[in-house]
Write a protein that binds this ligand. Structure first.
Ligand SMILES: *[C@@H]1O[C@H](CO)[C@@H](O)[C@H](O)[C@H]1NC(C)=O
Ligand SMILES: *[C@@H]1O[C@H](CO)[C@@H](O)[C@H](O)[C@H]1NC(C)=O
Ligand SMILES: *[C@@H]1O[C@H](CO)[C@@H](O)[C@H](O)[C@H]1NC(C)=O
Ligand SMILES: *[C@@H]1O[C@H](CO)[C@@H](O)[C@H](O)[C@H]1NC(C)=O
Ligand SMILES: *[C@@H]1O[C@H](CO)[C@@H](O)[C@H](O)[C@H]1NC(C)=O
Length: 445
Protein backbone atom coordinates (compact mmCIF):
# COMPACT_ATOMS: atom_id res chain seq x y z
CA UNK A 1 0.00 0.00 0.00
CA UNK A 2 2.75 2.43 1.03
CA UNK A 3 4.71 1.84 -2.17
CA UNK A 4 1.83 2.15 -4.51
CA UNK A 5 0.79 5.39 -2.91
CA UNK A 6 4.25 6.88 -3.29
CA UNK A 7 4.44 5.69 -6.84
CA UNK A 8 1.15 7.37 -7.63
CA UNK A 9 2.31 10.67 -6.20
CA UNK A 10 5.56 10.53 -8.16
CA UNK A 11 3.65 9.77 -11.30
CA UNK A 12 1.28 12.64 -10.68
CA UNK A 13 4.20 14.90 -9.92
CA UNK A 14 5.97 14.02 -13.13
CA UNK A 15 2.94 14.63 -15.27
CA UNK A 16 2.13 17.92 -13.58
CA UNK A 17 5.72 19.04 -13.94
CA UNK A 18 5.55 18.58 -17.69
CA UNK A 19 2.22 20.31 -17.84
CA UNK A 20 3.44 23.40 -16.05
CA UNK A 21 6.90 23.89 -17.45
CA UNK A 22 5.54 26.54 -19.76
CA UNK A 23 3.92 28.64 -17.09
CA UNK A 24 5.96 31.73 -16.57
CA UNK A 25 4.59 33.14 -13.39
CA UNK A 26 7.02 31.40 -11.12
CA UNK A 27 9.67 33.12 -9.14
CA UNK A 28 12.74 31.13 -8.30
CA UNK A 29 13.70 32.76 -5.06
CA UNK A 30 11.34 31.03 -2.73
CA UNK A 31 10.87 27.84 -0.88
CA UNK A 32 8.01 29.27 1.09
CA UNK A 33 5.43 26.87 -0.24
CA UNK A 34 7.44 23.87 0.77
CA UNK A 35 7.38 24.19 4.46
CA UNK A 36 4.15 23.37 6.11
CA UNK A 37 4.33 26.53 8.09
CA UNK A 38 5.00 28.51 4.94
CA UNK A 39 8.32 29.77 6.08
CA UNK A 40 11.12 27.75 4.60
CA UNK A 41 14.34 29.73 4.56
CA UNK A 42 15.32 30.66 1.04
CA UNK A 43 18.49 28.94 -0.04
CA UNK A 44 18.27 26.32 2.68
CA UNK A 45 17.06 22.80 2.75
CA UNK A 46 13.55 22.80 4.08
CA UNK A 47 13.24 21.47 7.53
CA UNK A 48 9.97 21.72 9.33
CA UNK A 49 9.80 20.02 12.62
CA UNK A 50 7.00 17.51 13.09
CA UNK A 51 6.39 19.05 16.51
CA UNK A 52 5.68 22.35 14.87
CA UNK A 53 3.38 20.66 12.43
CA UNK A 54 1.45 19.19 15.32
CA UNK A 55 1.27 22.59 16.95
CA UNK A 56 -0.21 24.16 13.85
CA UNK A 57 -2.99 21.64 13.96
CA UNK A 58 -3.65 22.54 17.56
CA UNK A 59 -4.15 26.19 16.84
CA UNK A 60 -7.70 27.20 16.31
CA UNK A 61 -7.97 30.91 15.94
CA UNK A 62 -5.27 33.45 15.57
CA UNK A 63 -5.46 35.68 18.57
CA UNK A 64 -7.69 38.63 18.36
CA UNK A 65 -8.77 41.43 20.52
CA UNK A 66 -9.29 45.10 20.26
CA UNK A 67 -10.48 47.79 22.52
CA UNK A 68 -12.19 50.04 20.12
CA UNK A 69 -14.22 48.20 17.57
CA UNK A 70 -17.03 50.65 17.86
CA UNK A 71 -15.03 53.80 18.18
CA UNK A 72 -14.25 54.24 14.52
CA UNK A 73 -16.73 56.37 12.63
CA UNK A 74 -17.82 54.11 9.85
CA UNK A 75 -19.85 56.81 8.15
CA UNK A 76 -16.49 58.14 7.01
CA UNK A 77 -16.18 55.28 4.53
CA UNK A 78 -14.98 56.62 1.24
CA UNK A 79 -14.00 53.60 -0.80
CA UNK A 80 -15.47 53.18 -4.26
CA UNK A 81 -18.23 50.67 -4.68
CA UNK A 82 -17.88 48.04 -7.37
CA UNK A 83 -20.79 47.20 -9.59
CA UNK A 84 -22.56 44.20 -8.12
CA UNK A 85 -23.85 41.17 -9.84
CA UNK A 86 -25.53 39.42 -6.96
CA UNK A 87 -26.42 36.42 -9.09
CA UNK A 88 -22.85 35.67 -10.02
CA UNK A 89 -20.96 33.08 -8.04
CA UNK A 90 -17.90 34.64 -6.47
CA UNK A 91 -14.81 32.73 -5.51
CA UNK A 92 -12.69 34.16 -2.75
CA UNK A 93 -9.10 33.39 -1.91
CA UNK A 94 -7.51 34.60 1.30
CA UNK A 95 -3.83 34.87 0.49
CA UNK A 96 -1.97 34.88 3.77
CA UNK A 97 0.99 33.63 5.70
CA UNK A 98 1.08 31.83 9.02
CA UNK A 99 0.31 33.97 12.07
CA UNK A 100 -0.95 36.88 10.05
CA UNK A 101 -4.52 36.62 11.29
CA UNK A 102 -5.83 34.44 8.49
CA UNK A 103 -7.99 32.25 10.71
CA UNK A 104 -9.86 35.32 11.80
CA UNK A 105 -10.34 36.54 8.25
CA UNK A 106 -11.46 33.04 7.29
CA UNK A 107 -14.18 33.26 9.91
CA UNK A 108 -15.53 36.38 8.25
CA UNK A 109 -16.57 34.05 5.43
CA UNK A 110 -17.09 30.84 7.34
CA UNK A 111 -19.82 32.53 9.36
CA UNK A 112 -21.72 33.60 6.25
CA UNK A 113 -24.60 31.21 5.52
CA UNK A 114 -24.15 31.53 1.74
CA UNK A 115 -20.43 30.88 1.62
CA UNK A 116 -18.81 27.48 1.40
CA UNK A 117 -15.54 27.82 3.26
CA UNK A 118 -12.46 25.60 3.25
CA UNK A 119 -9.59 26.05 5.66
CA UNK A 120 -6.24 25.35 4.02
CA UNK A 121 -6.98 22.46 1.64
CA UNK A 122 -3.50 22.89 0.14
CA UNK A 123 -2.13 21.32 3.29
CA UNK A 124 -2.83 17.98 1.69
CA UNK A 125 -0.96 18.86 -1.50
CA UNK A 126 2.01 19.83 0.54
CA UNK A 127 1.88 16.79 2.75
CA UNK A 128 1.63 14.44 -0.22
CA UNK A 129 4.52 16.04 -2.07
CA UNK A 130 6.68 17.06 0.86
CA UNK A 131 8.59 13.81 1.44
CA UNK A 132 10.18 14.23 -1.94
CA UNK A 133 10.29 17.99 -2.22
CA UNK A 134 11.81 18.46 1.20
CA UNK A 135 15.11 17.20 -0.16
CA UNK A 136 14.83 19.04 -3.39
CA UNK A 137 15.38 22.61 -4.44
CA UNK A 138 14.73 21.66 -7.99
CA UNK A 139 12.87 24.40 -9.82
CA UNK A 140 10.70 22.07 -11.86
CA UNK A 141 9.49 20.32 -8.75
CA UNK A 142 8.60 23.51 -6.96
CA UNK A 143 6.83 24.64 -10.06
CA UNK A 144 4.98 21.34 -10.05
CA UNK A 145 3.92 21.98 -6.49
CA UNK A 146 2.41 25.34 -7.34
CA UNK A 147 0.88 23.85 -10.45
CA UNK A 148 -0.77 21.15 -8.40
CA UNK A 149 -1.93 23.75 -5.90
CA UNK A 150 -3.52 25.86 -8.63
CA UNK A 151 -5.18 22.85 -10.21
CA UNK A 152 -6.64 21.83 -6.91
CA UNK A 153 -7.90 25.31 -6.11
CA UNK A 154 -9.66 25.49 -9.45
CA UNK A 155 -11.30 22.11 -8.87
CA UNK A 156 -12.37 23.00 -5.36
CA UNK A 157 -13.98 26.26 -6.44
CA UNK A 158 -15.96 24.22 -8.95
CA UNK A 159 -16.92 21.94 -6.05
CA UNK A 160 -15.02 18.95 -7.42
CA UNK A 161 -14.02 18.03 -3.92
CA UNK A 162 -12.98 14.55 -4.96
CA UNK A 163 -9.87 16.16 -6.51
CA UNK A 164 -8.70 16.53 -2.96
CA UNK A 165 -9.01 12.83 -2.29
CA UNK A 166 -5.92 11.89 -4.28
CA UNK A 167 -3.83 13.95 -1.87
CA UNK A 168 -5.38 12.59 1.31
CA UNK A 169 -3.54 9.82 3.02
CA UNK A 170 -4.79 7.14 3.34
CA UNK A 171 -6.73 7.50 0.15
CA UNK A 172 -10.43 7.74 1.06
CA UNK A 173 -12.48 4.66 0.30
CA UNK A 174 -16.01 5.17 -0.98
CA UNK A 175 -15.48 8.96 -0.91
CA UNK A 176 -15.41 8.98 2.83
CA UNK A 177 -12.56 10.23 5.03
CA UNK A 178 -11.79 11.23 8.58
CA UNK A 179 -8.45 12.72 7.58
CA UNK A 180 -9.47 16.04 6.10
CA UNK A 181 -7.20 18.70 7.59
CA UNK A 182 -9.08 21.05 9.93
CA UNK A 183 -12.47 19.89 8.78
CA UNK A 184 -13.87 21.31 12.00
CA UNK A 185 -12.86 24.81 10.90
CA UNK A 186 -15.39 24.68 8.11
CA UNK A 187 -18.93 25.32 9.17
CA UNK A 188 -20.45 23.76 6.05
CA UNK A 189 -18.65 20.51 6.79
CA UNK A 190 -19.96 20.40 10.35
CA UNK A 191 -23.61 21.12 9.81
CA UNK A 192 -26.47 19.33 8.04
CA UNK A 193 -26.70 17.86 5.50
CA UNK A 194 -22.97 17.04 5.53
CA UNK A 195 -22.93 16.22 9.20
CA UNK A 196 -25.52 13.59 9.94
CA UNK A 197 -25.39 13.96 13.69
CA UNK A 198 -28.09 16.58 13.54
CA UNK A 199 -27.02 18.97 16.20
CA UNK A 200 -29.64 20.81 18.08
CA UNK A 201 -29.34 24.53 17.50
CA UNK A 202 -28.21 25.15 21.04
CA UNK A 203 -25.29 22.78 20.60
CA UNK A 204 -24.33 23.95 17.16
CA UNK A 205 -22.36 26.95 18.26
CA UNK A 206 -20.53 24.84 20.79
CA UNK A 207 -19.55 22.34 18.14
CA UNK A 208 -18.44 25.07 15.80
CA UNK A 209 -16.40 26.72 18.48
CA UNK A 210 -14.59 23.47 19.10
CA UNK A 211 -13.27 21.79 16.01
CA UNK A 212 -12.63 18.50 17.74
CA UNK A 213 -16.24 18.28 18.74
CA UNK A 214 -17.31 18.47 15.12
CA UNK A 215 -14.97 15.69 14.12
CA UNK A 216 -16.09 13.47 16.99
CA UNK A 217 -19.79 13.98 16.48
CA UNK A 218 -20.04 14.03 12.72
CA UNK A 219 -18.06 10.89 11.90
CA UNK A 220 -16.14 10.47 8.64
CA UNK A 221 -16.70 13.13 6.02
CA UNK A 222 -18.79 12.05 3.08
CA UNK A 223 -16.99 13.86 0.27
CA UNK A 224 -19.94 13.55 -2.11
CA UNK A 225 -22.23 15.22 0.40
CA UNK A 226 -19.63 17.92 0.97
CA UNK A 227 -19.52 18.57 -2.78
CA UNK A 228 -23.32 18.87 -2.80
CA UNK A 229 -23.11 21.36 0.05
CA UNK A 230 -20.51 23.33 -1.89
CA UNK A 231 -22.80 23.50 -4.93
CA UNK A 232 -25.73 24.53 -2.79
CA UNK A 233 -23.90 27.64 -1.52
CA UNK A 234 -23.83 30.79 -3.58
CA UNK A 235 -20.12 31.49 -3.06
CA UNK A 236 -16.95 29.72 -2.03
CA UNK A 237 -13.97 30.93 -0.01
CA UNK A 238 -10.62 29.26 0.58
CA UNK A 239 -7.92 30.30 2.98
CA UNK A 240 -4.32 29.39 2.30
CA UNK A 241 -0.84 30.20 3.57
CA UNK A 242 0.74 28.00 0.94
CA UNK A 243 0.78 30.27 -2.08
CA UNK A 244 3.76 32.60 -1.79
CA UNK A 245 2.84 35.48 -4.08
CA UNK A 246 -0.06 36.96 -5.98
CA UNK A 247 1.58 36.28 -9.34
CA UNK A 248 1.43 32.57 -8.54
CA UNK A 249 -2.33 32.94 -8.90
CA UNK A 250 -2.36 34.84 -12.14
CA UNK A 251 -3.58 31.92 -14.22
CA UNK A 252 -6.58 31.51 -11.92
CA UNK A 253 -7.32 35.22 -11.67
CA UNK A 254 -7.33 35.53 -15.45
CA UNK A 255 -9.70 32.62 -15.84
CA UNK A 256 -13.02 34.29 -16.67
CA UNK A 257 -15.06 31.25 -15.63
CA UNK A 258 -13.65 31.36 -12.14
CA UNK A 259 -14.50 34.93 -11.06
CA UNK A 260 -11.76 34.78 -8.44
CA UNK A 261 -11.17 37.63 -6.02
CA UNK A 262 -8.11 37.68 -3.83
CA UNK A 263 -7.86 39.21 -0.40
CA UNK A 264 -4.22 39.57 0.46
CA UNK A 265 -3.80 39.69 4.21
CA UNK A 266 -0.62 41.29 5.49
CA UNK A 267 0.68 41.97 8.94
CA UNK A 268 3.66 43.76 10.43
CA UNK A 269 6.48 41.18 10.07
CA UNK A 270 7.58 41.97 13.62
CA UNK A 271 4.15 40.85 14.79
CA UNK A 272 4.31 37.72 12.65
CA UNK A 273 7.71 36.92 14.10
CA UNK A 274 6.58 37.34 17.71
CA UNK A 275 3.54 35.17 17.10
CA UNK A 276 5.52 32.45 15.36
CA UNK A 277 8.09 32.35 18.14
CA UNK A 278 5.24 31.42 20.47
CA UNK A 279 3.62 28.99 18.08
CA UNK A 280 6.43 27.22 16.24
CA UNK A 281 8.72 26.67 19.14
CA UNK A 282 11.05 24.24 17.37
CA UNK A 283 11.48 26.13 14.16
CA UNK A 284 12.05 29.41 16.03
CA UNK A 285 14.14 27.91 18.81
CA UNK A 286 17.09 30.23 18.25
CA UNK A 287 14.91 33.30 18.42
CA UNK A 288 13.61 32.15 21.77
CA UNK A 289 17.17 31.62 22.88
CA UNK A 290 17.97 35.17 21.86
CA UNK A 291 15.01 36.48 23.80
CA UNK A 292 15.95 34.46 26.87
CA UNK A 293 19.68 35.25 26.92
CA UNK A 294 19.71 38.71 25.38
CA UNK A 295 22.43 37.57 22.97
CA UNK A 296 21.83 36.88 19.31
CA UNK A 297 22.86 33.30 18.47
CA UNK A 298 25.56 33.41 15.79
CA UNK A 299 23.75 30.82 13.69
CA UNK A 300 20.39 32.56 13.82
CA UNK A 301 18.62 32.20 10.53
CA UNK A 302 16.86 35.22 9.12
CA UNK A 303 15.71 33.20 6.12
CA UNK A 304 12.19 32.61 7.33
CA UNK A 305 11.40 36.19 8.08
CA UNK A 306 13.16 37.28 4.89
CA UNK A 307 10.88 34.99 2.95
CA UNK A 308 7.82 36.59 4.51
CA UNK A 309 9.07 40.07 3.72
CA UNK A 310 10.14 39.23 0.17
CA UNK A 311 6.87 37.53 -0.64
CA UNK A 312 4.84 40.39 0.83
CA UNK A 313 6.98 42.97 -0.89
CA UNK A 314 6.61 41.41 -4.33
CA UNK A 315 2.91 40.74 -3.98
CA UNK A 316 2.07 44.12 -2.55
CA UNK A 317 4.23 45.93 -5.10
CA UNK A 318 2.45 44.03 -7.83
CA UNK A 319 -0.94 44.87 -6.36
CA UNK A 320 -0.17 48.54 -5.82
CA UNK A 321 1.08 48.84 -9.41
CA UNK A 322 -2.51 48.06 -10.42
CA UNK A 323 -1.89 45.77 -13.38
CA UNK A 324 -4.90 45.17 -15.61
CA UNK A 325 -5.13 41.52 -14.63
CA UNK A 326 -5.79 42.48 -11.00
CA UNK A 327 -8.47 45.04 -11.78
CA UNK A 328 -11.38 44.46 -9.41
CA UNK A 329 -9.75 41.26 -8.20
CA UNK A 330 -7.28 42.32 -5.53
CA UNK A 331 -7.68 43.83 -2.13
CA UNK A 332 -4.90 44.45 0.35
CA UNK A 333 -5.89 44.13 3.97
CA UNK A 334 -3.66 44.97 6.93
CA UNK A 335 -4.36 42.78 9.92
CA UNK A 336 -3.81 45.75 12.22
CA UNK A 337 -6.62 47.67 10.52
CA UNK A 338 -8.94 44.72 10.91
CA UNK A 339 -7.97 44.43 14.56
CA UNK A 340 -8.74 48.08 15.20
CA UNK A 341 -11.88 48.41 13.09
CA UNK A 342 -13.24 44.91 12.49
CA UNK A 343 -16.76 45.90 11.50
CA UNK A 344 -15.74 48.69 9.19
CA UNK A 345 -13.03 46.67 7.51
CA UNK A 346 -15.33 43.70 7.09
CA UNK A 347 -17.87 45.94 5.39
CA UNK A 348 -15.16 47.18 3.03
CA UNK A 349 -14.17 43.61 2.34
CA UNK A 350 -17.69 42.53 1.47
CA UNK A 351 -18.19 45.61 -0.61
CA UNK A 352 -15.08 44.77 -2.64
CA UNK A 353 -16.34 41.25 -3.14
CA UNK A 354 -19.78 42.45 -4.13
CA UNK A 355 -21.37 40.24 -1.49
CA UNK A 356 -24.08 41.12 0.97
CA UNK A 357 -22.72 41.12 4.49
CA UNK A 358 -24.87 38.80 6.57
CA UNK A 359 -25.78 39.77 10.12
CA UNK A 360 -24.40 36.45 11.35
CA UNK A 361 -20.94 37.66 10.33
CA UNK A 362 -21.42 40.91 12.20
CA UNK A 363 -22.70 39.02 15.22
CA UNK A 364 -19.70 36.77 15.12
CA UNK A 365 -17.36 39.75 15.04
CA UNK A 366 -19.10 41.35 17.98
CA UNK A 367 -18.99 38.09 19.94
CA UNK A 368 -15.38 37.38 19.18
CA UNK A 369 -13.62 40.66 19.61
CA UNK A 370 -13.17 42.52 22.81
CA UNK A 371 -16.48 44.20 22.16
CA UNK A 372 -17.99 41.03 23.54
CA UNK A 373 -19.63 41.22 26.91
CA UNK A 374 -20.36 37.52 26.95
CA UNK A 375 -17.64 35.96 29.05
CA UNK A 376 -18.70 32.39 28.45
CA UNK A 377 -18.41 32.72 24.68
CA UNK A 378 -15.00 34.26 25.14
CA UNK A 379 -13.70 31.51 27.31
CA UNK A 380 -13.79 29.02 24.47
CA UNK A 381 -11.02 30.93 22.84
CA UNK A 382 -9.07 31.72 25.95
CA UNK A 383 -5.85 29.88 25.18
CA UNK A 384 -5.56 31.43 21.77
CA UNK A 385 -6.59 34.84 23.00
CA UNK A 386 -3.95 34.83 25.66
CA UNK A 387 -1.19 33.75 23.31
CA UNK A 388 -1.77 36.65 20.95
CA UNK A 389 -4.09 39.03 22.68
CA UNK A 390 -3.91 41.75 20.09
CA UNK A 391 -2.25 42.82 16.91
CA UNK A 392 0.36 44.98 18.59
CA UNK A 393 1.38 42.87 21.55
CA UNK A 394 4.61 41.92 19.79
CA UNK A 395 5.84 45.24 21.09
CA UNK A 396 6.08 43.84 24.60
CA UNK A 397 7.11 40.33 23.51
CA UNK A 398 10.19 41.00 21.42
CA UNK A 399 13.36 42.53 22.76
CA UNK A 400 14.40 45.86 21.30
CA UNK A 401 17.40 44.20 19.60
CA UNK A 402 15.16 41.64 17.93
CA UNK A 403 12.86 44.36 16.69
CA UNK A 404 15.74 46.36 15.24
CA UNK A 405 17.23 43.30 13.59
CA UNK A 406 13.92 42.35 12.00
CA UNK A 407 12.85 45.78 10.90
CA UNK A 408 16.24 46.34 9.28
CA UNK A 409 15.82 43.16 7.25
CA UNK A 410 12.29 44.14 6.24
CA UNK A 411 12.79 47.87 5.82
CA UNK A 412 11.40 48.32 2.29
CA UNK A 413 8.28 46.38 3.18
CA UNK A 414 7.61 48.35 6.35
CA UNK A 415 7.71 51.58 4.38
CA UNK A 416 5.42 50.23 1.70
CA UNK A 417 2.80 49.01 4.17
CA UNK A 418 3.01 51.97 6.52
CA UNK A 419 4.55 50.29 9.55
CA UNK A 420 6.84 52.63 11.46
CA UNK A 421 10.33 51.65 12.48
CA UNK A 422 11.35 52.26 16.08
CA UNK A 423 14.60 53.81 17.18
CA UNK A 424 14.36 53.58 20.92
CA UNK A 425 13.05 51.00 23.41
CA UNK A 426 10.84 53.68 24.97
CA UNK A 427 9.15 54.20 21.63
CA UNK A 428 8.70 50.47 21.22
CA UNK A 429 7.00 49.94 24.57
CA UNK A 430 4.86 53.06 24.56
CA UNK A 431 1.66 51.53 23.25
CA UNK A 432 -0.13 54.84 23.05
CA UNK A 433 2.28 55.71 20.27
CA UNK A 434 0.96 53.79 17.28
CA UNK A 435 3.38 52.13 14.87
CA UNK A 436 0.73 51.77 12.19
CA UNK A 437 0.35 54.73 9.88
CA UNK A 438 -3.15 55.59 8.79
CA UNK A 439 -3.29 54.47 5.21
CA UNK A 440 -6.03 53.29 2.95
CA UNK A 441 -5.28 50.56 0.48
CA UNK A 442 -8.25 50.75 -1.81
CA UNK A 443 -9.19 48.11 -4.32
CA UNK A 444 -9.18 49.38 -7.89
CA UNK A 445 -11.76 48.72 -10.55
C1 LIG B 1 -19.41 60.37 12.31
O1 LIG B 1 -19.31 61.15 11.14
C2 LIG B 1 -20.50 61.88 10.86
C3 LIG B 1 -20.35 62.54 9.49
O2 LIG B 1 -19.01 62.94 9.27
C4 LIG B 1 -20.77 62.89 11.99
O3 LIG B 1 -21.97 63.60 11.72
C5 LIG B 1 -20.88 62.12 13.29
O4 LIG B 1 -21.04 63.04 14.37
C6 LIG B 1 -19.66 61.24 13.53
N1 LIG B 1 -19.86 60.44 14.70
C7 LIG B 1 -18.91 60.23 15.60
C8 LIG B 1 -19.24 59.35 16.74
O5 LIG B 1 -17.79 60.74 15.50
C1 LIG C 1 -17.27 0.61 0.00
O1 LIG C 1 -18.65 0.37 -0.31
C2 LIG C 1 -18.93 -0.95 -0.74
C3 LIG C 1 -20.39 -1.02 -1.17
O2 LIG C 1 -21.22 -0.30 -0.29
C4 LIG C 1 -18.59 -1.92 0.38
O3 LIG C 1 -18.81 -3.24 -0.03
C5 LIG C 1 -17.11 -1.76 0.75
O4 LIG C 1 -16.80 -2.58 1.85
C6 LIG C 1 -16.81 -0.31 1.09
N1 LIG C 1 -15.38 -0.18 1.28
C7 LIG C 1 -14.85 0.35 2.38
C8 LIG C 1 -13.36 0.36 2.47
O5 LIG C 1 -15.54 0.79 3.29
C1 LIG D 1 -22.40 9.60 0.87
O1 LIG D 1 -23.58 10.26 0.52
C2 LIG D 1 -24.15 9.79 -0.68
C3 LIG D 1 -25.30 10.69 -1.07
O2 LIG D 1 -26.22 10.79 -0.02
C4 LIG D 1 -24.59 8.34 -0.47
O3 LIG D 1 -25.16 7.82 -1.64
C5 LIG D 1 -23.36 7.52 -0.08
O4 LIG D 1 -23.72 6.20 0.24
C6 LIG D 1 -22.65 8.14 1.11
N1 LIG D 1 -21.38 7.44 1.31
C7 LIG D 1 -21.04 6.90 2.46
C8 LIG D 1 -19.72 6.22 2.52
O5 LIG D 1 -21.76 6.98 3.44
C1 LIG E 1 -23.28 35.65 19.81
O1 LIG E 1 -23.49 35.51 21.18
C2 LIG E 1 -24.87 35.37 21.54
C3 LIG E 1 -24.98 35.38 23.04
O2 LIG E 1 -24.09 34.48 23.60
C4 LIG E 1 -25.40 34.07 20.93
O3 LIG E 1 -26.76 33.92 21.23
C5 LIG E 1 -25.21 34.12 19.41
O4 LIG E 1 -25.59 32.88 18.85
C6 LIG E 1 -23.78 34.43 19.07
N1 LIG E 1 -23.71 34.62 17.63
C7 LIG E 1 -22.68 34.22 16.89
C8 LIG E 1 -22.77 34.45 15.44
O5 LIG E 1 -21.69 33.67 17.38
C1 LIG F 1 3.93 57.89 24.58
O1 LIG F 1 3.48 58.34 23.33
C2 LIG F 1 2.56 59.42 23.39
C3 LIG F 1 2.03 59.66 21.98
O2 LIG F 1 3.06 59.74 21.04
C4 LIG F 1 3.26 60.63 23.99
O3 LIG F 1 2.36 61.71 24.08
C5 LIG F 1 3.77 60.27 25.37
O4 LIG F 1 4.52 61.34 25.91
C6 LIG F 1 4.64 59.03 25.31
N1 LIG F 1 4.98 58.60 26.65
C7 LIG F 1 6.23 58.33 27.03
C8 LIG F 1 6.41 57.87 28.42
O5 LIG F 1 7.18 58.43 26.27
Amino acid sequence: MQCSWKFMVLLALASIAIQYTAIRTFSTSRLGLLCSVGLAPSGHAVNCSPKDLARVTQQTLDGFGCDDIFSHNSSSRSFPLPTYDTKKRTHILILATTRSGSSFVGQLFNQHPEVFYLFEPLYHVQLALLPRLAQSRNLAERRAMLGAARDLLRSLYHCHLNSLESYIQPRPANHSTDKLFRRGASRSLCSPPVCEASLDPKEQSLVLADEGECVRKCGPLNVSLAADACRAKRHAAIKTVRIPQITDLRALIEDPRLNLKVVQLVRDPRGILASRIETFRDTYRLWRLWRATGRRPHNLDLGQINTVCEDFLRSVSTGLARPAWLKGRYMLLRYEDLARFPLEKTRELYSFLGLVLDHSVEDWIINNTRGSSDLSSRQKFTTVRDSAANAENWRVKLSFDMVVYTQTACQPLLGLLGYKTVFHPRELRNLSHSLVQDRRFLPFY
